[in-house]
Design a binder for this molecule. Structure first.
Ligand code: GDP
Length: 178
């Protein structure tokens, strides 16, 4: 097989409580759009994004929960074969922050302990309404040993960085395993 035929495809799952901005993040990253009343696309399992990391072509498949945020209603098939994960909470939703540890355990239980996870505090454009302090979020990320990002999907802040990090992590992991 020719070198250029090689392509790395990565299944990325995005978890976290409802309304923290998961669908918006996928739409922003894959389509470059942000809408306030984004309606969940029914029947579409994932959106794709192609990126190039140090000469490697990586195709990220971003799976949306399609409104199944109720913790236990996410199906096994959502997690099956996941290779990277974005765990999102919102600056303006305390419950979503308190649920982070539970989400992390859930992912690791469903997928295994070695999946790269990025912890994301979204909606940092709404700092005036913040109910989570930056240092406590950083403290949690440190304790849970997760890479931490602060994003605004609305203002397009740091979204690309989250996915670049996960793509890179995935490639590193693949190289180690081979
Ligand atoms: P999901 O349920 O986690 O998929 O959340 P959605 O993507 O449906 O977003 C919930 C609401 O938050 C929508 O009204 C979005 O427009 C809004 N939203 C998402 N990200 C941001 C952000 O970074 N800043 C602000 N101000 N609103 C956001």
């Amino acid at each position: 097989m020719l070198e250029e035929d090689l392509e790395i495809a990565v299944k990325v799952v995005i978890v976290g409580n409802g309304a923290v901005g998961k669908s918006s993040m996928i739409q922003r990253y894959c389509k470059g759009i942000f809408t306030k009343d984004y309606k969940k696309t029914i029947g579409v399992d994932f959106l794709e994004k192609q990126l190039n990391i140090n000469e490697d072509d990586v195709r990220l498949m971003l799976w949306d929960t399609a409104g199944q945020e109720e913790f236990d209603s996410l199906t096994k098939s959502y997690y099956r074969g996941a290779q990277a994960c974005v765990l999102v909470f919102s600056t303006t939703d305390r419950d979503s922050f308190e649920a982070v540890e539970k989400w992390k355990s859930k992912i690791e239980e469903e997928v295994g302990p070695n999946i790269p996870i990025a912890l994301v505090q979204n909606k940092i454009d709404l700092l005036d309404n913040a109910v989570v302090e930056q240092n406590e979020a950083e403290g949690l990320a440190k304790r849970l040993k997760l890479r931490f990002y602060r994003t605004s999907v609305k203002e397009d802040l740091n979204v690309e960085e989250v996915f670049k990090y996960l793509a890179l992590k995935h490639i590193e992991k693949m190289r180690k395993e081979n």
